[in-house]
Ligand binder design. Structure first.
Ligand code: TYM
Length: 325
């Protein structure tokens, strides 16, 4: 089985990225051939700071390593170091209907959020994502719920290519976790937690203990008193219960029992303590890699070399299927 997934080096990674995507990757690397990418070409489709992009790329790599992704077992690399991604994206663009791209939820959301910068890259984003996945003959794409639509489009693009030219690509499937597939904003719990919203709305994987306490303490709840899972009526508490359950591996039912008749305040304190403890390795790994940047560069160069070899094989097949050389 082949697995591919990626994360954009945009702002700071948060617990939604970890619970929706990375947590599944760690389990998969013992059962499958895994490729984990840092998708910098996707990140430049929204406004960003050129001076910190390389730092952000290294931070994502630090998160991968701190989570337990082992470069001896899995390929870790930066998208822009393997040019075949751009080439395949171009080829796939020529068979992707414009209407399919215009109806993507993420395109609509980002166009509304970045009104001053609705660039063609934002529209073509899912085609580059399809290229990422298809180059590695991927079976499974472990992602959070928001990416399901993009993986379905990838599958459709692969199907179209195979029937129009010849059978070059495997048809991939999304793998969405049962709990944690859609972690909500701490300040507006009816919206998804996002890297591009204000800092108080999310817990960053490198947040200090003080920041974690502060953000969980002021997370939006509701006027009731009960710690009960009911996303419609109690979206704030339900989101905090989901986060608690995913990090502690305790079921939501058990947590409801444990916190019967307890105050929101005590529940939040316990959750903050749990997060401070579980996120400690992220802060430590970041500090370690910052003190030894050459180690990280070696891992990423080695990863890109391995990735390129696989990608070149697929792109050659795609080129000749399309009558190119
Ligand atoms: P990105 O960087 O926005 O998100 C990375 C991963 O985190 C998941 N995620 C969440 N999961 C649960 N709750 C949330 N609030 C939450 N927010 C984000 C996302 O679903 C994703 O799995 N398009 C991709 C990047 C990409 C990619 C790929 C992924 C580019 N090429 C190829 C898989 C395969 C994205 O938006 O990532």
């Amino acid at each position: 089985m082949k697995v591919f997934s990626g994360i954009q080096p945009t702002n700071e990674l948060h617990i939604g990225n970890y619970l929706g995507a990375i947590k599944q990757w760690v389990d998969l690397q013992n059962q499958a051939e895994c490729v984990f990418c840092i998708v910098d070409w996707h990140a430049i489709t929204v406004p960003y700071d050129t001076k910190v992009l390389q730092t952000k790329i290294h931070e994502v790599a630090a998160v991968y390593l701190a989570s337990g992704i082992d470069p001896q077992k899995s390929i870790i690399f930066v998208q822009s170091q393997v040019k075949e991604h751009a080439e395949l994206a171009w080829l796939l663009n020529t068979i992707t209907p414009l209407g399919d791209l215009q109806r993507m939820t993420q395109f609509k959301d980002k166009s509304a959020k970045f009104l001053q910068n609705i660039n063609a890259g934002l529209l073509n984003y899912p085609v580059l994502m399809a290229a990422d996945v298809l180059l590695y003959q991927t079976d499974v794409v472990p992602v959070g719920e928001d990416q399901k639509q993009h993986v379905e489009l990838t599958r459709e693009i692969a199907r179209r290519f195979n029937s129009k030219f010849s059978e070059v690509f495997k048809l991939p499937k999304a793998q969405i976790p049962k709990i944690g597939a859609r972690i909500m904003s701490l300040t507006e719990p009816t919206k998804k937690m996002s890297k591009t919203d204000k800092a108080e709305s999310r817990i960053g994987l490198f947040d200090s203990p003080e920041q974690i306490k502060e953000k969980i303490g002021s997370a939006t709840t509701d006027s009731g008193k009960e710690i009960r899972y009911n996303p419609k009526e109690k979206p704030g508490i339900s989101n905090l219960l989901t986060i608690y359950s995913s990090f502690s591996n305790q079921s939501i039912k058990d947590l409801e029992k444990e916190f019967t008749d307890q105050s929101y305040q005590l529940f939040k304190q316990k959750l903050a303590d749990l997060l401070i403890e579980t996120l400690e390795p992220f802060r430590a790994q970041k500090a370690k890699l910052e003190s030894n940047p050459s180690q990280l560069n070696e891992i990423l160069t080695d990863g890109a070399n391995h990735a390129r070899a696989i990608a070149q094989d697929t792109i050659q097949k795609a080129r000749s299927a399309m009558g190119l050389n």
